[in-house]
Write a protein that binds this ligand. Structure first.
Ligand SMILES: [Fe+2]
Ligand SMILES: [Fe+2]
Length: 237
């Protein structure tokens, strides 16, 4: 039995430092290089923000601890896969106008997992003599990431819709008028199904999911979705 159970993360000074690593910077594509105004207008602000957050999130998943590095890589691929998948479904399910927002929501929906892995990474570094099994880490992440992710998104003052997405994406019930929410939930399940996840589940049948019928996604499109996610992630991740 563990003598010291893992508590929900508290922001001590080192955690605050880690949290700063996760903050989306102001439209920076690479450290020290901001987009000029003309480039931002040509791309469209939403796309620029998506690129900026994608870049920041990629940097935030960097890690030197080999065990944590492998988990971070899986989480990064999952988040990118979910972003790509949610956008792809929007573009193929007659709701193209939500594509950009769905991409961002997909990228951020599991940001609580990233924060918790960072906190666990710090605990492992502080207590090198006390091994922390991967199963325990995944248990902590699974139990706490939705709530912690929503809190982090609110701390960043990002739109409340992203916080609600992070908070509710594993809820059994969902709002069938929330198109972005359904896009992310379906893409999330697709990523779990194809193994692009911290907790893969190949038994998932996408065609039976209520989000699939609510979005009127045809069964043939689901196979294309899986390929689009895999191709997109190998290009981006
Ligand atoms: Fe999740
Ligand atoms: Fe997820």
């Amino acid at each position: 039995m563990r003598e010291r159970p893992l508590a929900p993360p508290r922001a001590d000074s080192s955690d605050r430092r880690r949290l700063r690593l996760l903050l989306p910077p102001a439209l920076e594509i690479e450290a020290g290089h901001e987009l000029d105004e003309g480039a931002a207008q040509r791309l469209g602000l939403r796309q620029v923000v998506n690129i900026a957050v994608l870049t920041a999130q990629r940097a935030a998943h960097a890690c030197s601890d080999p065990i944590m590095k492998a988990l971070m890589q899986r989480l990064w691929e999952h988040s990118v896969g979910c972003a790509i998948g949610a956008k792809w479904i929007a573009e193929h399910a007659n709701c193209r106008e939500f594509a950009s927002e769905a991409f961002m929501a997909g990228l951020l929906h599991d940001v609580g997992s990233l924060m918790l892995l960072r906190v666990l990474e710090g605990l492992r570094a502080d207590q090198p003599g006390q091994p922390m099994p991967e199963s325990l880490m995944l248990e902590v992440v699974t139990a706490l990431h939705a709530e912690q992710g929503a809190a982090l998104i609110r701390h960043w003052a990002l739109p409340e819709s992203y916080a609600e997405m992070a908070s509710s994406h594993h809820a059994l019930e969902f709002d069938s008028t929330d198109t972005v929410g359904m896009l992310v939930r379906l893409a999330d399940q697709a990523c779990h199904k194809i193994g692009m996840s911290l907790t893969p589940d190949p038994s998932i049948r996408l065609s039976t999911l209520p989000e699939c019928s609510a979005l009127r996604v045809k069964e043939i499109a689901l196979a294309e979705l899986e390929i689009a996610i895999e191709d997109g992630v190998s290009a981006l991740a």
